[in-house]
Design a protein around this ligand. Structure first.
Ligand SMILES: C[S@@+](CC[C@H](N)C(=O)[O-])C[C@H]1O[C@@H](n2cnc3c(N)ncnc32)[C@H](O)[C@@H]1O
Length: 344
């Protein structure tokens, strides 16, 4: 019999432990000169959007170690993932010695999709809409469906895989054909920039109608669980994406992010890890995928991503409440899971 854990376990923790909802995040204060309003612990109103969280194509950001505009980063990130799409899954295994699978399994298990003991309905197996942002080739979405439909016996969970890159989504769509039919039916693929979820388009396939489909909005307060795994560091404007996450989530909905992070609590391990990242990963990219530059970008983007506490503060600044420290380190901080709940 399946062992059931409390699903979307953040809300329970959130009501029991100290809430953190800071008025201003240190990283945005340092990187972005703008002011945002302070929010009290019980203020459910959506936070006002500060100027830095509105995408601006000409605003400087970084692409790995280079300074570029937001628009240029978007284009170059698109180039990276179009280039790596076909080799992406194989390269992940090689670069992480398979650890990414363990992290993803743990991430999904910690969210326990399909079982919501705190849901407003009396049935903990009520329907859920999960939005997997930057879902790429489907690793998170497929695990979500398996946990919800098979382990939690809840076939009313549906998952939308959203990604800006049609090449990554196409690999995911092809992979999804090996899922059981009921899971395939609960899955949809859309192209969208995470910074603006008011304009999504269904992934076009070779059998799709050639007539262009007008962009559709992901409605406000329509999503129960928003996930993003190894995607957010590639965004041109992370605060904008966090605010979109806040908009589309229902009150009580959960934002959950799995991302590379800082392992600097363990200096010797960190030194070895960085040696491996900067020396081996671009080389493996060159030898296996014939693409050194894309993998050089990937390691540089990890280095540039905010620390656990800085990113936690950005999540709080976007209007989420977090439990305890707001994050969980994996493998000494090589990766971390951050969760936040949209206040009810
Ligand atoms: C490293 S892959 C992660 C894929 C998948 N989530 C996983 O864990 O295997 C990063 C993904 O982020 C997507 N991405 C980058 N910028 C994006 C944006 N602004 N909006 C949506 N997706 C984006 C890329 O196209 C790519 O598929």
């Amino acid at each position: 019999m399946a062992v059931l854990r409390p699903a979307l376990s953040v809300p329970r923790a959130l009501v029991q432990t100290s809430l953190r909802q800071s008025p201003r995040c240190a990283v945005s204060r340092r990187l972005l000169s703008s002011s945002s309003s302070s929010r009290s612990q019980n203020n459910n109103a959506p936070p006002t959007t500060p100027e830095y969280a509105v995408p601006d194509p000409s605003r400087p950001t970084h692409f790995g170690f280079e300074t570029v505009t937001e628009a240029e980063k978007r284009e170059r990130v698109a180039g990276v993932f179009t280039s790596v799409a076909e080799s992406y899954d194989r390269m992940n295994d090689l670069m992480s010695f398979g650890w990414h699978r363990i992290w993803k399994d743990h991430f999904v298990a910690s969210l326990n999709p399909g079982f919501s003991p705190l849901s407003s309905s009396s049935d903990p197996r009520s329907p859920q809409h999960i939005l997997d942002i930057a879902g790429g080739t489907g690793d998170i979405a497929f695990r979500m469906l398996h946990t919800a439909h098979v382990l939690n016996a809840n076939p009313s969970v549906r998952v939308t895989i959203s990604d800006i890159n049609p090449a990554m989504l196409s690999v995911g769509k092809q992979r999804s054909t090996s899922l059981p039919a009921s899971q395939q039916a609960a899955l949809s693929f859309v192209e969208a920039n995470a910074e603006d979820l008011t304009r999504t388009t269904p992934l076009l396939t070779s059998t799709s109608s050639p007539s262009p489909v007008p962009p559709q909005e992901i409605p406000s307060e329509s999503v129960d669980l928003y996930t993003v795994a190894f995607g957010i560091r590639n965004f041109s404007n992370i605060p904008a994406a966090l605010r979109e996450a806040h908009r589309v989530l229902k009150p009580g909905g959960v934002f959950a992010c799995l991302e590379f992070s800082k392992a600097d609590k363990f200096p010797l391990f960190n030194t070895l890890y960085k040696e491996w990242s900067f020396r081996a990963i671009p080389l493996i990219g060159q030898l296996v995928a014939g693409d050194r530059d894309s993998y050089q970008y990937l390691v540089e983007s990890i280095e540039r991503f905010p620390s656990q506490t800085e990113f936690r503060d950005m999540i709080v600044d976007a209007g989420f409440v977090v439990a305890g420290e707001g994050y969980e380190d994996l493998t000494g901080g090589v990766a971390a899971i951050h969760k936040g709940m949209k206040p009810r």
